[in-house]
Ligand binder design. Structure first.
Ligand code: 2YC
Length: 272
């Protein structure tokens, strides 16, 4: 997924209550309910007594993103978990987390964002978790995906996670990726699992024929206004949102998008 910028996440924690109200109006479920359902856990898992989660800053590569660990810890806290940010970063941060009694660690460098359960050894990747969380929410928005054609744009980790779950939920998946070998590989994988899937090679044509769209691509404005109607439903994990600002406002009730919330919440329910 695209690297977040400080601006993308600076308002996440303060906006969580309003974000949840909007999520409930779109899907009928709160962030916690979406994450628990995506992870097939019951809602009160978050009250696991004494379970401590550490969020560890990582300085490698392009380094720390201002507000990233604050946003992650804030989302975990909002879900009812006992989360803290380590003072130290990197390996010292891991040691501090363990000394501080953390059972679960969240950390991200430029390539991987994972949650790790020290007790069970379970590792959860943000990409796969985001795909599952978003499709769980999309399933709610569409009142079920059975027999519904869904266009997945982007065959990266999030698009792959999304496509697999859409197929499991009975959706008819079509995949477009700028690299056709990537979309072909994903469709082959789905077909091997006995799930119907199609490769789209012409994005404009594919957009003209789909109302339910998952934008898992790192491209800006990948969904032009002419393809967004009153019936279009878009799930757009991460940044940038591939919908131009004007259309974003006009169709906000049918666009599911956030920089971190659904991905982090789903990671948490998958890893505990
Ligand atoms: O502040 C820090 O600890 C940084 N090392 C965090 C870097 C996160 C880089 N990854 C991203 O911006 C996005 C995430 C939303 C998930 C995948 N890429």
């Amino acid at each position: 997924m695209t690297r977040l910028k400080e601006d993308d996440i600076s308002k996440v924690v303060a906006g969580l209550t309003q974000y949840d109200v909007e999520l409930i109006s779109k899907t009928g479920c709160s962030l916690k309910a979406i994450a628990a359902r995506a992870a097939q856990r019951d809602l009160d898992s978050s009250s696991a007594p004494g379970l401590k989660i550490a969020v560890i800053p990582v300085t490698s590569g392009q380094g720390i993103i201002g507000g990233f660990t604050t946003a992650v810890a804030g989302i975990l806290d909002y879900l009812g978990f006992d989360a803290f940010i380590t003072q130290n970063s990197d390996v010292a941060g891991i040691a501090e987390a363990i000394h501080g009694g953390a059972e679960v660690l969240f950390a991200a460098d430029d390539h991987k964002f994972i949650a790790f359960n020290l007790k069970t050894g379970m590792i959860v990747d943000n990409g796969a978790a985001t795909g599952r969380g978003y499709i769980t929410a999309l399933n709610q928005m569409c009142c079920g995906l059975t027999e519904k054609p869904v266009l997945v744009i982007g065959a990266g980790p999030v698009g792959r996670g999304a496509a697999g779950l859409i197929a499991k939920l009975g959706g008819l998946v079509s995949v477009y990726d700028i690299d056709v070998t990537a979309s072909r590989a994903l469709v082959d994988e789905l077909r091997k699992q006995g799930q119907p899937a199609k490769v789209e090679t012409d994005l404009d044509y594919a957009l003209s024929r789909h109302q339910v769209i998952v934008d898992a691509s790192p491209a800006e404005d990948v969904i032009p206004p002419r393809h967004i109607t009153e019936r279009t439903i878009i799930a757009a994990p991460g940044v940038p949102l591939g919908v131009p600002p004007e259309q974003r406002r006009k169709h906000s009730a049918r666009i599911l998008h956030d920089p971190l919330q659904i991905g982090v919440a789903t990671m948490c329910f998958l890893v505990i």
